[in-house]
Design a protein around this ligand. Structure first.
Ligand code: ZN
Length: 352
């Protein structure tokens, strides 16, 4: 079984929801239950050795639009969120990440060395990521605190606007050039992430925001869970021009398993063949090279192909790629080594 280090999941959102309903998030993760996509037993069964675990403040008002007779849809952007409720929820999810670590249910990793050690020990290697920085004020004080708590990666925006920048809607077909880019505070956030060694994730940001980060950051460009706009023209996917910029920076694209970002018709439908995933991977590998592509499942955050079903089915994608002609070295890069190279670069670790 090929170990996979994955670029994006929402297991912390699921565990946080479970805790609000009176459950025990540590027990749910460690022992596993039959809901959602990731827990320790299913991760082990599917060779999911670790990944970036998103802290995401949910938008209660978001209702996904139904496609019209042509299959087109535009889900209006969720409303901006307030700082203090967002800070409370973000703190609660970070607390779950820390409790899982303390209980030994997973290992919260700060370095690539930590990740390699956890993978060798057979313990889920979690990296704390914030998806949409609504919990952080323009003074960036909270950024410093979350960094001390283990935060090593963030996306300035989710698919909504905040004080740092603008996100793209869930819409098909649509260009990612939907709104302005970074604000003044957003540029400051990028510079501070560079200083601290926090990876910046370009998933969900507008195309203008993408170029604003590109001209500011000293890191390779990374979109942790995005696919090819040329194949599935949703606003969340990356245009060829964006892919070329990622290649030029020796950055990375994490392939998203969300069927709405893989299918020709951009529908959320579990009845989606793995060939749609292979098609996006082939296209992006052709465009950016095998060193700049990896996985960003969106487990626990999206409708994924039924054939994979959950983390336990993760090796089915590896098998499909092997069948499509990817050799052992290429598969190792796609499964983990490309992510570890990027994280080492963003975190400024020498030869991790
Ligand atoms: Zn996302």
């Amino acid at each position: 079984m090929l170990p996979v280090f994955d670029g994006h999941n929402d297991v912390l959102l699921r565990l946080w929801t479970h805790e609000r309903e009176g459950g025990d998030p540590v027990a749910e993760f460690a022992n596993g239950i039959a809901s959602g996509h990731i827990d320790a037993p299913r991760a082990k069964a599917g060779g999911l050795a670790g990944g970036l675990c998103a802290i995401y403040v949910p938008s209660g008002d978001l209702v996904f639009a139904e496609p019209d007779s042509d299959g087109h849809y535009v889900t209006p952007l969720a409303a901006p969120l307030e700082l203090l409720p967002s800070l409370r929820i973000t703190t609660e999810m970070a607390s779950i990440a820390l409790r899982l670590h303390r209980a030994g249910a997973w290992r919260l990793c700060h370095t690539v060395k930590d990740i390699r050690k956890a993978m060798a020990d057979g313990v889920f290697a979690a990296v704390m990521h914030i998806e949409g920085c609504e919990a952080i004020g323009a003074d960036l004080a909270a950024l410093e605190v979350f960094y001390a708590a283990g935060l090593r990666s963030l996306g300035p925006v989710w698919s909504r606007h905040n004080i740092f920048g603008h996100g793209v809607p869930f819409a098909f077909p649509m260009s990612p050039d939907t709104a302005p880019g970074l604000t003044g505070a957003g540029f400051e956030l990028v510079r501070e992430c560079n200083r601290l060694g926090i990876m910046i994730d370009l998933a969900h940001i507008t195309e203008k925001g993408f170029w604003d980060v590109a001209k500011t950051t000293d890191q390779p460009l990374v979109a942790s869970h995005s696919n090819a706009h040329a194949l599935t023209p949703v606003a969340r996917n990356l245009t060829d021009k964006q892919l070329d910029a990622i290649k030029d920076s020796r950055g990375l694209v994490g392939i998203n398993y969300a069927t709405a970002m893989l299918r020709d018709d951009a529908r959320s439908d579990g009845d989606t063949p793995l060939s749609d995933m292979v098609r996006h991977i082939d296209y992006i590998v052709e465009r950016v090279g095998i060193d700049c592509v990896a996985l960003g499942s969106d487990f626990d955050g999206a409708t994924i192909p039924d054939e994979i079903d959950d983390a336990a089915g993760n090796q089915k994608l590896i098998a499909a790629l092997r069948h499509a002609g990817y050799g052992a070295d290429d598969l190792t890069k796609l499964a983990s080594e490309n992510w570890l190279r990027i994280l080492a670069s963003a975190w400024r670790e020498e030869r991790a």
